[in-house]
Ligand binder design. Structure first.
Ligand code: NAP
Length: 297
C-alpha cells in the first residue's frame, strides 16, 4: 500500500493513499461555504464522476466571508470548471460574478457557478431544478411554502414559474422578509406569489395541493421540531415536501403520512441540484442510482 508518514503529537501516523488517481488533465470544481464539513456534495460529485468516467476532482473548501472575492478569482486563476456555493455566501457571491441566469436573478441567490464560452463566471440557481424534478409530474396547482430564506425563494419561484401553479402562498416568521420575497419574485418573474400570515400556516396547509417546508425545523439534531403546529388539516389529497434531508423521515413527514398525505423528502432535491451542476460542468448526465448508492452505503 502506498502512503506517507506524518509526525503527530506522540506518534508517527501512516496515511494510506486512498485518493483516486489524478492526471494533468484532471478537471477541478469546488464547494465554497462556511462551514462545509457537513456537506454531502463531495460524495455526490465523486460518485457521479466515477460512474460517468469523468476525470474530475471535487472538494469542499471552507471559505470565510472576508475571502469570498479571492475564492471566486481562484475559479478563473486555477482554471476550474466551476463551483458550488453554500451558506452563508449564496447571496453575497452575486456581486463578484460576471452574469446571472434568469433563475438566479429571480431567486436572488446563486448555488452554482460555471464559465460560459467566453470564460465569464455565470451564477445559476440549480436548487430550482432540484426542487422541481421529483414533483413535476404530479399536476399540482397550489402551494404553501414555509420559510423565506434561499430555499424558500427557489421553491416559490419554481412553483410559480416552472410548475405554473395558480396559487403560491409564502409564509415566514419574519413578515418583512416574506414581503420582500413576494416583491422580488413578482418583479423578476411572471408570477403571482402571495404572502400569508405565519400564524395561519397550519390552517392554510389544508387548502393547497403542496406544502413545502423550507425552514430548518425538524433537521437533526432538533428532530422533534416541525414547522406545522397542527398537522390535522393535512389530508390524503396533498403532497407534503420537506426540503430537510437529515433525517430522511422528519417529524413533519411522519405526521403528514398519518394524515394520509403523500410525502417527499429533501434528498432527491439535493441530488437533482447537483445533477444540474454536474451536467453543466462536464456535459454528462449524473448516474442517479450510483449517487444514491454512494450516499446510503
Ligand atoms: P436560510 O436561508 O437560512 O432560511 C431559513 C428560513 O427558515 C428563514 O425563513 C428562517 O427565518 C426560517 N427559520 C429558521 N428557524 C426557524 C424557526 N425556529 N421557526 C420558524 N422559522 C425559522 O436557509 P435555506 O438555505 O433557505 O435552507 C432552509 C432549509 O432547507 C434547511 O433545512 C436546508 O438544509 C434545506 N435545504 C435543502 C436543500 C436540498 O437540496 N434538499 C437545498 C437547500 C436548502 P428567519 O429569516 O426569521 O431566521
Amino acid at each position: 500500500m502506498t502512503g506517507y508518514y506524518l509526525e503527530a503529537e506522540n506518534a508517527t501516523v501512516f496515511y494510506a493513499n486512498i485518493m483516486p488517481a489524478t492526471s494533468a488533465r484532471t478537471i477541478l470544481a469546488i464547494l465554497m461555504g462556511d462551514p462545509v464539513t457537513h456537506s454531502k456534495s463531495p460524495a455526490v460529485m465523486s460518485a457521479a464522476a466515477e460512474a460517468a468516467g469523468v476525470d474530475m476532482v471535487y472538494t469542499a473548501c471552507r471559505v470565510q466571508s472576508s475571502d469570498l472575492a479571492q475564492a471566486v478569482d481562484a475559479i478563473h486563476a486555477l482554471g476550474m470548471v466551476g463551483a458550488n456555493v453554500t451558506i452563508p455566501h449564496k447571496e453575497r457571491v452575486i456581486s463578484f460574478l460576471d452574469d446571472l441566469t434568469a433563475a438566479a436573478r429571480a431567486v436572488g441567490a446563486v448555488n452554482m457557478i460555471f464559465r460560459d464560452g467566453e470564460g465569464r463566471l455565470v451564477g445559476d440557481n440549480t436548487d430550482t431544478v432540484g426542487f422541481t424534478a421529483p414533483i413535476r409530474e404530479q399536476g399540482l396547482a397550489s402551494a404553501l411554502v414555509l420559510g423565506t430564506g434561499g430555499a424558500a425563494r427557489a421553491a416559490a419561484w419554481a412553483c410559480a414559474t416552472t410548475l405554473g401553479m395558480d396559487r403560491v402562498l409564502v409564509c415566514g416568521r419574519n413578515t418583512e422578509k416574506a414581503e420582500q420575497l413576494v416583491v422580488d419574485l413578482n418583479t423578476h418573474a411572471d408570477s403571482s406569489v402571495q404572502r400569508a400570515p405565519w400564524e395561519d400556516r397550519s390552517r392554510l396547509a389544508g387548502t393547497v395541493d403542496l406544502v413545502v417546508n423550507a425552514t430548518p425545523l425538524g433537521m437533526a439534531p432538533h428532530v422533534d421540531a416541525s414547522p406545522l403546529d397542527d398537522p390535522s388539516h393535512l389530508s390524503a389529497a396533498q403532497l407534503v415536501y420537506d426540503l430537510v434531508y437529515n433525517p430522511a423521515e422528519t417529524r413533519l413527514l411522519n405526521e403528514a403520512k398519518r394524515q394520509g398525505a403523500r410525502t417527499q423528502g429533501g434528498l432527491d432535491m439535493l441530488i437533482g441540484q447537483a445533477a444540474a451542476a454536474f451536467h453543466q460542468w462536464t456535459g454528462k448526465d449524473m448516474d442517479l442510482d450510483a449517487v444514491r448508492r454512494a450516499l446510503t452505503t
